[in-house]
Every structure is written in structure tokens, then in C-alpha cells.
Design a protein around this ligand. Sequence first.
Ligand code: DCP
Ligand code: CA
Ligand code: CA
Length: 370
Amino acid sequence: MPTQARIVMLVDLDYFFAQIEEQRRPELKGKPVVVGMYSGRTETSGAVSTSNYLARKYGVKSGIPLFLAQKRLEGKDAVFLPVDYDYYQQVSDKIMAILRRFADALEVGGIDEAYLDVTKKTQGSYEEAEALVCKMKEAVKREVQVTFSVGIGPNMLIAKIASDIHKPDGVTIVCPEQVESFLSPKPVDVLLGVGKKTVAKMSEMGIQTVGDLAKYDVQRLLEVFGKVLGIYFHNAANGVDNEPVQEAGEAESIGRMSTLKENSRNLDFIMQKINQQIEEIYAEFTQKNLSYRQVGISAVMTNLSGKSRSKTLEKPAKDKETIRKAARELFEKYLVETDLEIRRVGVRVAVFSKEERQQQQLSSFFYAES
Ligand code: DCP
Ligand code: CA
Ligand code: CA
């Protein structure tokens, strides 16, 4: 099915955790700010979650050990703060609600980013899209005093890569005619799912840039990486991505989320936890006599970034097995897209709203009548 030309944006909040800390503590202005995940073993054990741009000038960035960050910032009047995830989530929710006003559809991509389909809002015009970004930036600055950077392109893949080009408070537009020249010189690891191992493998095959990958024989790619990944790499390298921007189900949902005993990428291990959650969800909607028509999963990675995925069923279901199958499939696909280990997992089903249930009952009634 050919998809119509779209305009998609990725909004990514600037130095998010640190920006929020600056915003609620004006006394931090002008100082290097580091937000850290303190493991609690010793006073400085743990890793940097993020830092403001001033701290980054001294080589302090996400993922480095806190003791190293302290060393690099010695005598610089730097401020170190622990992660306050719940508060950042509250601010994030507020921002998402503002952004939603500017979009045909919005998909939350993590605590500090969202994809917006703005095709209708802009009538397919990139100029309009740029003007829309100005309005969005104004609204978010006025209502929550936060800045963000935006990538605009014909799909989610391009929007995401573009959003990284001008930071902070920037905008980067890549219109369809520019996709090839934009992507082809970039190293392959700009593509989601291309981690260290894949980079090494591709390098052996003589593939360094996205352009090399785009021209590479598809049949060979399928042989080396398997069907799912092979096709994905080929399409992505050519700037092709037909994933729709999907709102999380509007319907009421029933879900569970919990932390794994240990961080993992093992599908069977993850599914053990998910199966426990499914038992609870099943009990809940059976008791309320509801059916569901969408199954979703979410994962929080070791770096606290989060993702959710969902699948809409062809028809409403009431059984457990359908949830298991869908959740397993979603996790399997998701693990291909990330190199990180998973720390927390969740599963949810979107249940019918009251009106929908009534309609459903009505239509089955008419069906029975005819
Ligand atoms: N994060 C984390 N550990 C990491 C990476 C990120 O805890 N290794 C958290 C803190 C970040 C948030 O996720 O604020 C968003 O991550 P980004 O990669 O978008 O980075 P920032 O928003 O901090 O910076 P930038 O301005 O580069 O987007
Ligand atoms: Ca960010
Ligand atoms: Ca981000």
C-alpha cells in the first residue's frame, strides 16, 4: 500500500533532566549542572544521566562515571543533583499535552521526545511546518519555560536524525528532495538498530556510510542479517520508513509495569515477567467483562529512556493467549531496534470505551437480526 506524502516532526527536549533542574532552581544559572543516577554504593558511584551544555564543555556527558565528572569539574562551581524521575515525568506530560494541540497525531517516543504528524495541520507545506514550530516553541517557552530541538522530514526516521543537527533550541528541515544527500554521507550508526556489532560487521563488508548501505546488494543483506533486519536496513538507508505516528490508544487501558530482577535482553526472561503481568490484567478485565482490541508493551532501558509499542488487533479479543503472542512479537521486534538492556517492562491492553461497547453490542444485535 503506497503511503501518501507526510510531514513528520521529532521534538526532542534540550538537555532534559538538567534543563528541568535549572528551570526550578534559578540559582543554578550559569553553573555547570550534572544530573546523576547515584547507585548508592559509595558517595560518588553511579553514572551521569545528563548535564547542561556548560558541563559538556568540560567533557561531562551522559553515561560517564560520576567520579570522573567530578574530577573534570573540580573548581568549576558545578552542581550535582540526583535524578528526580517523577518530577521530570510530570513536566514531560505537561509538554506533551501542549504539543498535542499542534499535531494531527502525536506519539510519545520517550520521556523527552515525541513524534508529531503535521501533514494536515500544514497542508503538506514545509514552510508552514517551520512556522508551526515557531508557535510550538513559543507556547512551550511561555507555559513551561523549556526549550527543544526539532527535526522535520517525510517520516519518523528522517525527523529523528534531523533533530540532532541543530541543538539546543534548533530546527532542521530535510524535505524529500534532500533526503538522499542528507543521509548518504552519514555513518551507518545514525540508523536505529545499528550498534557496535553491526557497525563492525558492515565495515567488514565495505559499508561505512548510509550511502554505501543504500547501494549494497539487497539479496546479500538478507543473507547476512536475515529477512527482517536485511529489509529494514535497506529501506532505512534509502530514507524509507512507513511507520505511522501512532497515538497511544485513546481507549481506557489496563496495564502493569514492573522492574526485572536483573537488566536483560533475553526474550524468554522478559516474557516470564510479562506473563505474570498478563495474569493480573486478564483477571481485571474478565472481572469487568471487557474485551480489548489493542495490545501494547513498554520498556525502560538501563539509561532510563523509555519506549512503547502497540499492535491493533483485527477484531476484539477476550483471551490471554492473544495478549501473550502480541506482546512477545512486539518485544522481539523492539529488541532489534536497541542495543541497550531492559530494566523495566510492562504490558497493557486497550479496552473498549462504553460507547464503543454499546455500538459493538448494537451491531452484533443487527447482525443477528438480518
Ligand atoms: N538519559 C540518561 N542516561 C543516558 C541518556 C539519557 O539518564 N545515558 C536521560 C537524561 C536525559 C534524557 O534521558 O536528559 C534524554 O536524553 P537525550 O539523549 O535526549 O539527552 P538530553 O536531553 O539530556 O540532551 P540533548 O540536549 O543532547 O538532547
Ligand atoms: Ca533531549
Ligand atoms: Ca531524546
